[in-house]
Design a protein around this ligand. Structure first.
Ligand code: DGJ
Length: 466
């Protein structure tokens, strides 16, 4: 005999009522989750805002750095032109970017201020001392314009000195053929040393072009760009990685050189296509655990690749991840703050400026998420053109967590040796940013901001030492 269990709850409602019940349960749980997530992220956002406010209180100079400076540049009315001139060159520059690229623009002096305004750190500048003036000519201690384009900085613990390496482009600009990009023959990698990041001594060409052997990667008619140097604690060597290419950018390889001293000379070892892939704009990044990584634009610049270097930093390992696939980014500059990795990249428009994007990742090997344009201030065109410059390196400011120097190149394709440096403060923190990749719109990462300043300087108490 089957006993009826009177405590047994009915297991089935009628079908329609059951699905309605389940549906309301799902909706309620979903709304509950949304409310909880909303409060969680609101709390997070307030936390980071408070963090910035706390920093502001502790260091008044933060206020100066994040003060928004506007630019109010008016495009001049078109000059009167003869009908013949109009026929010869009908299209007149109309946008600020076109004005920037137009050598005869009346606004030229705004983007490429004359020699008269050059920064000479050896002269007593009084109150102007230690001020960066993005875009002005910057002289070394010999009174010559610094030649360290597409560069990066190494801090050498032992000598407590900063070394700035970059493309030494002090030669004539020309086009190898009609369709080729503007170029300067390779001269080599320039190196400058400094204790205060403002006064730079020329340490000479630490890796020189090859003058005669046409088959050499560094033959002067080839391309050497974006050199970066890191120090290997185990081998005690300074290792340089760079983009090496032929005049048409079809070789698309990395070059590796090594030295016993930060001031060279560097011995060129070889070039390679990392992971068997094309490599154009690149950088290297050394993590806190001394692991180093190569990041490079690949697959016709449509994506970036990232992979660890070998222990001696002289090669890549087999591991590689494709990141920012299909995003067409170059000029990567990678940095780390509070365990999170960040990167600023540019678009791919040759020497012409374009919009920077900031990206973030929990692990250096990715996945990387694109957050948005980090530029703050200037005006809309300034922000859309990365202040008329292109990222090359992000340098942490020791003793000021969350503050970095954003180093960028304002290329002058008409005369590449006269390209300028745009150094600006980059801050991580403040209201969290929303990754573009998420349609949900939940903010996840602290904001990366590069603040425009006509002039700015490092904090008074900053000693320049680690
Ligand atoms: C953009 C790159 O970022 C530069 O390093 C250089 O390769 C130019 N393109 C050449 O047009």
């Amino acid at each position: 005999m089957r006993m009826r269990n009177k405590y047994k709850k009915p297991t089935s409602l009628n079908c329609y009522a059951g699905s309605r019940y389940r549906f309301s349960l799902v909706v309620c749980s979903f709304i509950g989750c949304l409310v909880m997530l909303h409060f969680y992220f609101l709390n997070q956002s307030q936390h980071s805002q408070h963090a910035v406010m706390r920093m502001n209180n502790e260091h008044p100079f933060y206020r100066d750095l994040v003060e928004v400076e506007d630019e109010n540049i008016k495009i001049p009315p078109p000059r009167k032109r003869s009908p013949r001139a109009i026929k010869r060159k009908p299209k007149r520059p109309t946008t600020l970017i076109e004005e920037f690229l137009d050598e005869s623009s009346q606004l030229r002096y705004l983007f490429f201020p004359s020699q008269r305004t050059a920064i000479d750190p050896t002269k007593d500048a009084g109150n102007e001392s230690l001020y960066y003036h993005p875009g002005r000519i910057w002289l070394d201690t010999d009174g010559n314009p610094i030649q360290a384009h597409g560069g990066g900085i190494l801090y050498d613990d032992r000598s407590r000195t900063y070394y700035w390496y970059g493309e030494y482009k002090d030669g004539p600009t020309y086009h190898a053929h009609k369709k080729a990009a503007a170029r300067v023959d390779i001269i080599g990698v320039g190196c400058y040393s400094s204790k205060d990041l403002w006064t730079w001594k020329n340490e000479g060409i630490v890796l020189a072009a090859e003058e005669t052997n046409e088959t050499h990667d560094l033959h002067k008619l080839n391309v050497l760009e974006r050199p970066k140097v890191i120090h290997n604690k185990n081998t005690n060597k300074y290792v340089m990685w760079m983009h090496v290419d032929d005049v048409n950018y079809t070789k698309a390889s990395v070059g590796i050189a090594v030295s016993n001293s930060p001031t060279g000379p560097f011995n060129y070892i070889k070039s390679t296509r990392p992971h068997g892939c094309e490599s154009r704009d690149m950088t290297i990044f050394k993590d806190d655990d001394d692991m180093a990584y190569l990041i490079y634009s690949s697959e016709d610049n449509s994506e970036l690749h990232i992979g660890p270097l070998t222990q001696d930093y002289l090669d890549v390992t087999d591991a590689m991840r494709r990141i920012l696939v299909g995003q067409h980014r170059e000029a990567p500059a990678l940095f780390k703050h509070e365990g999170t990795y960040y990167m600023v990249t540019s678009g791919c428009t040759g020497w012409a400026p374009n919009e920077a994007l900031a990206h973030a990742a929990e692990s250096v090997m990715g996945p990387w998420e694109t957050m948005g344009n980090p530029c703050v201030g200037g005006n809309k065109i300034f922000r859309l053109a990365t202040f008329f410059a292109q990222s090359t390196f992000v340098l942490p400011l020791h003793g000021f967590p969350g503050i970095f120097i954003f180093m960028a190149d304002r290329w002058n394709p008409a005369d590449l040796r006269d390209s300028r440096y745009v150094w600006l403060p980059l801050l991580v923190g403040g209201p969290v940013d929303r990754p573009l990749d998420y349609s949900f719109g939940f903010p996840l990462w602290p904001r990366v901001s590069v603040y425009w300043h006509k002039r700015w300087k490092l904090p008074y108490k900053w000693s320049g030492k680690k």
